[in-house]
Design a protein around this ligand. Structure first.
Ligand SMILES: *[C@@H]1O[C@H](CO)[C@@H](O)[C@H](O)[C@H]1NC(C)=O
Ligand SMILES: *[C@@H]1O[C@H](CO)[C@@H](O)[C@H](O)[C@H]1NC(C)=O
Ligand SMILES: *[C@@H]1O[C@H](CO)[C@@H](O)[C@H](O)[C@H]1NC(C)=O
Ligand SMILES: *[C@@H]1O[C@H](CO)[C@@H](O)[C@H](O)[C@H]1NC(C)=O
Ligand SMILES: *[C@@H]1O[C@H](CO)[C@@H](O)[C@H](O)[C@H]1NC(C)=O
Ligand SMILES: *[C@@H]1O[C@H](CO)[C@@H](O)[C@H](O)[C@H]1NC(C)=O
Length: 399
């Protein structure tokens, strides 16, 4: 689902050629066994050769054979494996490592499961590695840079509104529904991210549900959401402290969010009772986040429309959000081209659709700010919703 941020991290790892070994998390806690780990993924060009390196935590006392089994292949070339490698690796007695040379054949990706016939080795629960055969290493770098740029743009996008409120000592013009939707969305997304990133039970459930999948949550996703929750909480405090001109959270938002949180509370007991897995519970949170994203901008657009002004609504926030959203969509396209895997764009309509959706609203805000309701010179005005209506109906809105 939320693939692009984590893809960035995957690519950073590949790019820097850091040999990122999977931590050996064995369910069997047996000290007599050596824990086996290996390069979790490599990026190859056609005809390029790179090694997958296997390392055991101590020297073997017998020869061991690793069996490799291709569990997932994705390539536009039919009947051809994207990479060539032998499906058996020998770890000799008295050594603790072995290299498997892999040669790129066609653009695509392969997921390979590792198994062993010997009982002196124990395997990590995530017992696979990935081979990506790409068109261009340069594009991998470009995509990495784009990934960090939109991560920064989205993270920084929270500041302009906070600073604007502080400068005006007022939150008049900032829609309160938008804020409560935001805190709900980021809390929900935060639970999902933290669960998939930190909680071993959930990670295991994810591997069971998607045996060939990559954990969609990476460190920067976790950072992004925690940061977002903190900044949104600060804005909420500002709403209590600063002038708010009679604004409040609408009844619709109150009802919708009460229903959502009540449902999540009830589901919590369903999960505790073991009727659904914790992973499913967290995935419902991620859908809650999607739902919130679909509606959260609407009240602000409508409020700007009624006030005939974007005063109090930070355009810096909008511009940064627009930058982040555009870059993330650009990255999806470049990555799809580079991996020959257009599922990234069109096979994941939620993510792509949401990106386009946010960009659409950002454009609406820009039109409101720069074209329709350009800031007036004579200071800001405080308009409670009923005053706005009164002023509109008396035809004085252009005074
Ligand atoms: C792969 O590993 C083998 C054996 O360790 C080594 O001789 C070879 O140079 C390595 N190849 C690459 C491309 O790193
Ligand atoms: C592995 O090496 C150890 C010591 O070097 C030796 O005692 C043992 O017999 C060897 N095992 C096999 C199966 O060759
Ligand atoms: C690879 O997997 C297939 C089915 O998933 C199985 O039939 C086959 O025995 C496996 N091969 C090895 C070497 O484990
Ligand atoms: C794969 O590599 C092996 C040697 O490692 C070679 O014999 C075989 O022809 C190669 N296959 C392809 C399709 O390149
Ligand atoms: C492991 O084996 C290597 C040779 O393959 C040897 O150099 C090293 O000293 C051994 N380490 C231990 C702890 O036996
Ligand atoms: C791994 O290999 C062992 C022994 O060959 C076999 O019993 C086991 O089913 C294999 N596991 C998987 C996941 O293929």
């Amino acid at each position: 689902m939320h693939r692009s941020l984590h893809n960035t991290v995957v690519i950073v790892i590949l790019l820097l050629n850091v040999q990122s070994f999977q931590t050996a998390q064995s369910s069997v806690n047996d000290n007599a066994k050596a824990l086996l780990s290996w390069t979790s993924s490599i990026n190859l060009l056609i005809d390029e050769i790179k090694n997958i390196t296997f390392v055991a935590s101590c020297n073997l006392t017998d020869d061991a054979i690793l069996l490799l089994n291709v569990s997932h292949v994705h390539t536009s070339k039919k009947n051809e494996l994207p990479a060539n490698f032998t499906h058996q690796v020998n770890l000799a007695n008295n050594t603790n490592s072995a290299a498997l040379p892999v040669k790129g054949v066609a653009v695509g990706q392969i997921v390979v499961k590792v198994n062993t016939s010997t009982d002196q080795l124990s395997l990590p629960s995530d017992n696979k590695f990935r081979i990506y055969v790409v068109h261009s290493h340069t594009l991998v770098i470009v995509n990495t840079v784009i990934g960090w740029l939109y991560f920064v743009a989205w993270s920084v996008s929270f500041y302009p509104q906070t600073i604007l409120n502080y400068q005006r000592k007022s939150v008049v013009g900032l829609n309160f529904d938008y804020i409560v939707y935001n805190i709900t969305g980021f809390l929900a997304y935060g639970f999902y991210n933290i669960g998939l990133f930190w909680i071993p039970v959930v990670k295991e459930e994810y591997l069971k549900m998607y045996p060939d999948g990559v954990n969609p949550v990476q460190a920067n996703d976790v950072f992004f959401t925690l940061h977002a929750v903190v900044l949104t909480a600060i804005v909420i405090m500002q709403c209590f402290i600063y002038e708010r001109g009679g604004q409040k959270v609408s009844i619709i938002a109150t009802v919708l969010l009460s229903l959502a949180w009540t449902a999540m509370f009830v589901l919590l007991f369903v999960a505790v009772a073991g009727k659904i897995t914790w992973l499913v519970y967290l995935m419902v949170f991620s859908y809650l986040k999607l739902g919130v994203t679909l509606i959260k901008y609407i009240p602000q657009v409508y409020m700007n429309f009624r006030r005939k002004s974007t005063e109090g609504w930070s355009i810096g926030n909008v511009l940064l959000d627009f930058t982040g959203g555009s870059l993330s969509i650009l990255q999806m396209f470049l990555q799809s081209y580079n991996n020959d895997e257009w599922d990234l764009v069109f096979g994941d309509p939620t993510k792509f659709g949401l990106g386009v959706f946010s960009i659409f609203f950002d454009i609406v805000f820009m039109i409101q700010h720069y074209v329709l309701y350009r800031p007036r010179k004579n200071g800001f005005e405080i308009l409670a919703p009923d005053i706005v209506t009164a002023e509109e109906s008396s035809g004085k809105c252009f005074s």
